[in-house]
Design a protein around this ligand. Structure first.
Ligand SMILES: *[C@@H]1O[C@H](CO)[C@@H](O)[C@H](O)[C@H]1NC(C)=O
Ligand SMILES: *[C@@H]1O[C@H](CO)[C@@H](O)[C@H](O)[C@H]1NC(C)=O
Ligand SMILES: *[C@@H]1O[C@H](CO)[C@@H](O)[C@H](O)[C@H]1NC(C)=O
Length: 976
């Protein structure tokens, strides 16, 4: 810089000013620059990092205090803060992670007091032990940065530390000695660290930290919580989180010294009672989470805990306790601050108390999954801050009060059973009018269902204009009335729509489909009488589940990737759809496709192999023809295949043997030819239902069929099978020892199966009752073939069998004696064969037998008597056996003609016998009823009372399914 010098005093002044300005400007640039040594240290640190998203791109030049993530001390210009936390938490997360190595050059930053490297993915296995030399640190956050291994004890040197967060899933610490030196610590989080080896010592070390305010040790595998502690030093503690440690402990007394405690989280441990009996000392507590703690006995009475804002007791079992007592605990408080109360799945019973209305600040109330009954109390209208009310999966059977309509903050109202697989159990009564909704201006999600279809009725004025715009609507089994149709049209922001069996019988209006199509995810309008054209001329970019089954939709079936790109399940069964199945259906990423009972014609698309995730295909009861696609086994994911009652010809495709997860096959009622392939027995081990009834199949029944250990319905009737019945039947484990557990897989597919039993067609379903019903039907049917030889003795092993039909074959020899072992048999048909000899007496042991047919054989001798057989008094079930005699046919010839006196005596005896027999009959009927009743309904009842245990199962299943769907959707999003 050149400065012009002059002697003029004025210009001297200017020069002085310019000089000052120069110095000032110079100084201010040095204010922004940092120490060269620290700058180089940072560059070396950057050098070793990988930074895919360019987060450190500002780390160039000299002004390192201005680099992103760096702050310097305003006075000394030394680097004080390094904040490289990854704050991205969406799908860009991975890319935004810093990785690579952590260079010890950081040690040059002598004044570093704040270091945050959390939520990144460093390649280090261990937390670098040189961090222990950064002794100026007050704040250190290394959480979720993919560290593992032993926490370096050198961290104990950081005696200025106020804040330490090391939450990571794979770190561990043998003992926490190092912790005792951190005497200024206020915040400590070791979440996820494996502290198993510290035994009870962890508490001793924590007790050396008198300044501690917040302690988080969730998922630390802490084995134990000591009952005794000599003196409690950390009495200033505000937050204590020991959740998810699965430790088994009683509430220790020293807890009650933590009088400042504001937040206590003990969820997911095993807490042995009694607990909170002395709760009067935890007066400051605002948040208490004891969910999933296997608490038993009385609901805690939280006397004196007037500051409580949130209480979570979900998943405990307060055996049939009432909520009334519990509420009285709050009545001593001059005010109450409760904002969130979760008592779900607690085994509570009784009516909801009016006193609920005193929790005036409540925003979140979850009482779901309990056995509450009765009506919602009128006082619910007092909870003017309520945002979420969940009464789902309860036994409520009363009315819904009009006062509910006053909850103007309510966003989410759940009065349904919608989370369960089984049908609605809740029994709301009465009429819903505009008053019930009048001020629900914030409502976004509304769910309601009833068990009996007419018990809850929506009755709105025709011109009613709802005050809300719903995102989710779920109505099942309620009558919505004609005006509903109009207010549905006003709901244009719907994302999840379920209106199942609601008595909508009109056309629903094509413009409504158009209004919601661009955002809807779930569309279930099943079991209505909706008329109209199949609405798929619009695009449904987000639709994943479509269920329009049991309606009157007509027109040609059209569905393709271009108008519904993320569709996963489609159920259009029981409509009037026509035309062919377009080949484009195979481009879709479907899990489930059901087109049962329509009027579809033509061939099934041959491009089947393009499906990669298909689980269920049900095209039964249509007019489809041609060959079954030979490529059908290529997507090996297939579990349920139902193509029955069509006109398919050809052989059972060979490729099907790839589908090792197949559980159900029904190809009955077609024109299939060829043999029954032996690989069905060897390659499809999961098969539970195999129905090939009414085809043109021929040849022998392969021995390998006996390998189907899980099969419980086997129907090969009405074909041309010849040869003998395999003798290995005792290997059919499910029929011999019972169906093993509930379903091995899970899909929310409402399956329907018809079996021929008791001389008629019986329809079974897992939708209308419970999935247990179908899985407990057991049937074995080889009727109307050309089978010869004897009925193998081994049939007597199938003691779980409910229905056995071998009629209309050429079977010879005697009925096996062991038939009497089939004590659960309800239907037995051996008619139209050449069976000979006597009817085994053991047949009278079959106490549940309600249908028997032995007609048209060569059976001879006396018909056995006693027990259930006495009720089967229709002579036609024995006709066509000329040598049979005895009840209900004519008496046997050997029976003497009695004299008059013996008639009298016999008469009396007869009466006694009769009475005895009647008694026997009643006993067997009652016994039958009891066993039958408990067999079927008992499972349901027991299931209800064990609901608690089951919910976790369902939850897990649900989580898995949600995860699967989330993954799927994620994948799709990436694809498009
Ligand atoms: C340094 O200055 C900035 C703004 O000039 C201010 O926000 C910050 O609090 C100051 N830091 C210290 C430690 O004084
Ligand atoms: C936790 O540490 C203990 C002892 O070091 C070890 O036996 C256990 O397997 C570890 N737990 C897990 C989940 O790694
Ligand atoms: C904390 O209490 C223990 C006894 O449990 C005692 O030995 C120790 O000195 C106390 N520590 C502090 C820092 O007060």
């Amino acid at each position: 810089m050149e400065i012009y010098v002059s002697c003029n005093p004025f210009s001297r002044l200017i020069v002085r000013f310019l000089l000052l300005l120069y110095l000032f400007l110079n100084a201010s640039t040095s204010v922004n620059s940092c120490m060269e040594e620290e700058r180089r240290a940072l560059l070396a640190f950057k050098q070793d990092l990988t930074d895919r998203s360019g987060r450190l791109s500002s780390w160039v030049g000299h002004e390192c205090c201005r680099w992103r993530g760096i702050s310097c001390n305003n006075r000394t210009r030394r680097v004080a803060k390094l904040d490289l936390r990854n704050t991205i938490d969406d799908e860009e997360y991975e890319r935004s992670c810093l990785g690579g190595k952590l260079n010890p050059s950081l040690l040059a930053l002598k004044h570093l007091s704040y270091l945050d490297l959390s939520s990144n993915k460093f390649e280090e296995v261990h937390i670098p032990s040189f961090f222990g030399q950064l002794t100026s640190l007050r704040y250190l956050n290394l959480s979720y940065a993919s560290f593992g291994g032993e926490i370096p004890p050198s961290l104990g040197n950081l005696s200025n530390l106020n804040y330490l967060d090391l939450a990571n899933y794979d770190v561990s610490s043998k003992n926490l000695n190092w912790l005792s030196h951190l005497s200024s610590l206020k915040y400590l989080n070791l979440g996820g660290a494996n502290l198993t080896s510290t035994g009870v010592g962890w508490l001793h070390h924590v007790n050396m930290l008198p300044t501690l305010l917040e302690l988080y040790l969730p998922q630390c595998q802490i084995p134990n919580l000591p009952l005794a502690l000599q003196s409690v030093n950390f009495t200033s503690l505000l937050v204590l989180d020991l959740s998810s440690n699965d430790m088994n402990f009683s509430f220790p007394n020293w807890f009650f010294n933590l009088t400042s405690l504001v937040e206590l989280d003990l969820r997911q441990n095993v807490l042995r009672g009694p607990f909170l009996n002395n709760s009067t000392s935890l007066r400051s507590l605002e948040h208490l989470d004891l969910s999933n703690c296997r608490l038993q006995g009385q609901l805690p009475k939280l006397v004196g805990m007037c500051e409580l804002k949130s209480l979570n007791l979900e998943y405990n079992y307060f055996g049939a306790a009432e909520i009334q007592e519990f509420m009285s605990g709050f009545s001593n408080c001059s005010y109450n601050r409760m904002e969130s109360l979760d008592l779900s799945a607690c085994g509570l019973v009784g009516e909801l108390p009016t006193s609920l209305g005193m929790l005036k600040r409540l925003q979140h109330l979850d009482l779901s999954r309990n056995s509450f009954w009765g009506s919602i109390p009128e006082s619910i209208g007092n909870l003017s801050s309520l945002k979420r009310l969940d009464l789902s999966q309860t036994s409520m059977n009363g009315s819904i009060p009009e006062s509910l309509g006053q909850l103007s903050q309510l966003v989410d109202l759940d009065l349904s059973d919608s989370e369960t697989v089984s049908p609605c159990e809740i029994q709301w009564q009465g009429i819903l009018t505009e008053a019930h909704f009048i001020n629900l201006t914030s409502l976004e999600s509304f769910k309601v269902c009833t068990k009996r279809p007419l018990s809850l009725i929506f009755n709105m004025a025709y011109d009613w204009d709802p005050p809300f715009k719903l995102h989710t609507i779920y109505i099942e089994n309620c009558r919505v009335g004609p005006a509903f149709h109009r207010w549905l049209q006003s709901q244009t922001q719907l994302v999840d729509v379920t209106l199942r069996n609601t008595g909508i019988w009109d056309t629903i209006g094509e413009d409504w489909f158009m209004k919601i199509s661009s955002q809807v995810h779930t569309l279930d309008l099943s079991y209505n009488q909706i008329r109209g054209k199949f609405p798929f001329q619009y695009e449904f970019p987000y639709l994943t589940n479509l269920d329009l089954s049991y309606n009157q939709f007509e027109g040609t079936f059209q569905l393709s990737l271009s108008n519904a790109p993320v569709l996963l399940t489609v159920d259009l069964s029981d409509n009037h759809l026509e035309g062919t199945i377009p080949p484009s259906i195979c481009d879709m990423l479907l899990y489930t496709l059901s087109l049962r009972n329509n009027q579809l014609t033509g061939e099934f698309p041959q491009a089947w192999s393009f499906w990669s995730n298909i689980n269920v295909v049900d095209v039964s009861h249509n007019n489809l023809s041609g060959y079954i696609p030979s490529s059908m086994g290529i997507p090996s994911s297939l579990k349920v295949l139902k193509m029955n009652n069509n006109n398919f010809g050809g052989e059972i495709p060979f490729s099907l043997q790839n589908c090792s997860g197949l559980t159900n096959i029904d190809l009955g009622g077609n024109k299939l030819t060829g043999k029954l392939p032996s690989w069905i027995g060897s390659k499809l081990p999961e098969l539970q239902i195999l129905q090939l009834r009414s085809n043109l199949l021929s040849g022998h029944i392969p021995q390998q069929l006996c390998n189907l250990r899980k099969v419980h319905i086997l129907d090969l009737g009405c074909n041309n099978f010849s040869g003998t019945i395999p003798t290995c039947l005792n290997n059919l484990t499910s029929l011999a020892y019972g169906v093993q557990g509930p379903w091995s897989g899970y899909f929310s597919y409402s399956e329907q199966t018809t079996i021929i039993s008791k001389g008629t067609e019986l329809e079974y379903s897992n939708a209308n009752l419970d999935l247990w019903i179908l899985t407990h039907v057991t049937s074995f049917d080889l009727s109307s073939n050309n089978l010869e030889g004897e009925i193998p003795e081994e049939i007597g092993s199938l003691i779980e069998l409910g229905s056995l039909n071998l009629s209309r074959n050429q079977l010879t020899e005697k009925i096996p004696l062991k038939i009497g072992n089939l004590t659960r048999l309800e239907s037995l048909d051996l008619s139209h064969n050449h069976l000979s000899g006597e009817i085994p007496h053991s047949i009278s042991f079959l106490n549940f037998l309600s249908h028997l047919n032995l007609s048209y054989n060569n059976l001879s001798g006396r018909i056995p008597t006693g027990n259930q057989l006495q009720t089967l008094d229709d002579p036609s079930i024995y006709e066509g056996n000329p040598s049979l005699c005895g009840f209900p046919l004519q008496k046997c010839s050997g029976d003497d003609m009695p004299t008059e006196q013996t008639i009298l005596a016999e008469d009396n005896k007869d009466h006694e016998d009769d009475d005895n027999e009647k008694l026997g009959f009643y006993i067997s009927v009652v016994l039958g009823f009891v066993i039958g009743f408990w067999g079927v309904c008992g499972t349901l009842l027991v299931k209800k009372s064990w609901m608690h245990a089951y919910f976790q199962l369902f939850d897990n299943i649900k989580d898995k399914v949600t995860l699967a769907i989330a993954l799927k959707v994620g994948r799709l999003q990436r694809r498009y």
